[in-house]
Design a protein around this ligand. Structure first.
Ligand code: ATP
Length: 349
């Protein structure tokens, strides 16, 4: 287990800044999901941390030991970091076992015991040791790539979009196997992804990189419920954004006077109100509960397990988006009532 501390990290390519001064701490044994849109600098940050690229400014400390600072640039092999690239990148001419021990000192490469241990750690049968990588599925190859990264028992593991080439079902299964293996190995991990569901489900902490700046980091639930900006709200999941005002400690908008996230400082005045589509309960027209608003279902996008609805509010000349479980999808044109659950975030205008 290792701690990682990054401070003021900058990197430019040909005079174009890509990382604008990154500060980030990763607790020992935790997994930080580094989330950001394409081109935000995620891979560059990972490459600088691993030592494949040199930082222009800032410091990197692993377990209190500086590996990069002013003129200091420790080579990759002295940083004791395991690295899992985007698509496994296993050596096709080597067996699974040979791939796994590739990064170990020569004297340790013959230990079958270590290979068996690592295969078990990543949830693969021992019999796979003698297979060629091409005889494995994409998800299994990614697990071997993780086993190879974990072989020298690094305290820190970096994973660069390790599931991006896998199909949806395999992605979920491989994700879970990788998370289990990292936890069992006690490794501290940084996982790069542009998939918000992946970041929220895997990260103990999620750090959002946006145009080379770290906009927000924190536990997944905090990021989802209280994104720092409107843009982040829309990036981390789907957001319902409505014009409103804050008065008497509540957010007033077309959906009523709604409670505000308790730890959000909300000054009185004009704001944008943000809530998540699943916070809007879609009830039968006959529901008589207090404050429920009348609406008509204008459009439906059915997605199987759930459905996204566009709802026209009858009294407000406004539309909102809601998400309901698939089995409760109403009909287009149906009259319903809406009630809002939970708290909202507000952004001053
Ligand atoms: N070696 C390089 N030389 C010049 N520019 C580079 C180099 N590597 C990255 N860049 C630029 O830095 C910016 C950030 O790229 P990076 O690959 O770090 O982003 P990313 O967030 O990982 O994107 P993606 O999710 O698409 O992989 C991009 O504009 C890219 O063109």
């Amino acid at each position: 287990m290792s701690t990682l501390r990054i401070s003021g990290l900058k990197k430019a390519f040909d005079g174009h800044p890509v990382l604008h001064g990154i500060d980030l701490s990763v607790r020992s044994g935790s997994l930080v999901a580094l989330l950001g849109p394409s081109g935000s600098g995620k891979t560059t940050l990972l490459r600088v941390l691993c030592g494949f690229e040199r930082a222009d400014a800032g410091t990197i400390e692993i377990d209190g030991r500086r590996v990069a600072a002013d003129r200091l640039h420790l080579p990759t092999e002295q940083r004791h970091i395991g690295y899992v690239p985007q698509e496994g990148a296993l050596f096709p001419h080597l067996t699974v076992a040979e791939n796994i021990v590739f990064g170990l000192p020569r004297a340790q490469r013959r230990t079958q015991h270590r290979v068996a241990e690592l295969l078990e750690l990543v949830g693969l049968p021992e019999s796979y040791a003698l297979r060629a990588p091409q005889q494995l599925s994409g998800g299994q190859q990614q697990r071997v790539a993780l086993a190879r990264a974990l072989a020298p028992s690094p305290g820190l593991v970096m994973l660069d979009e390790p599931f991006s080439s896998l199909d949806a079902a395999l992605r979920v299964e491989t994700r879970e196997a990788v998370a289990r293996a990292l936890a069992a190995a006690g490794a501290t991990a940084v996982l790069v992804t542009h998939d918000q569901a992946e970041a929220l489900s895997l990260g103990h902490e999620v750090a959002v990189l946006w145009r080379g700046k770290l906009l927000q980091s924190g536990p997944p639930q905090t990021l989802y419920r209280r994104p720092a900006t409107r843009e982040l709200a829309a990036f981390i999941g789907e957001a319902v954004l409505l014009r409103g005002t804050v008065a008497n400690g509540r957010a007033h908008c077309v959906l009523g006077a709604l409670p505000i996230q308790p730890d959000q400082h909300a000054a009185e005045g004009a704001v944008d109100v943000m809530l998540r589509p699943e916070q809007i309960d879609v009830l039968p027209e006959t529901d008589q509960r207090d404050g429920a608003l009348e609406a008509v279902v204008q459009a439906i996008t059915f997605q199987g397990q759930d459905a996204a609805l566009t709802l026209q509010l009858i009294d407000a000349h406004a539309t909102v988006r809601a998400r309901v479980p698939g089995y409760r999808t109403p009909r287009e044109g149906e009259r319903v009532r809406l009630a809002v659950g939970g708290e909202v975030s507000v952004y001053p205008r």
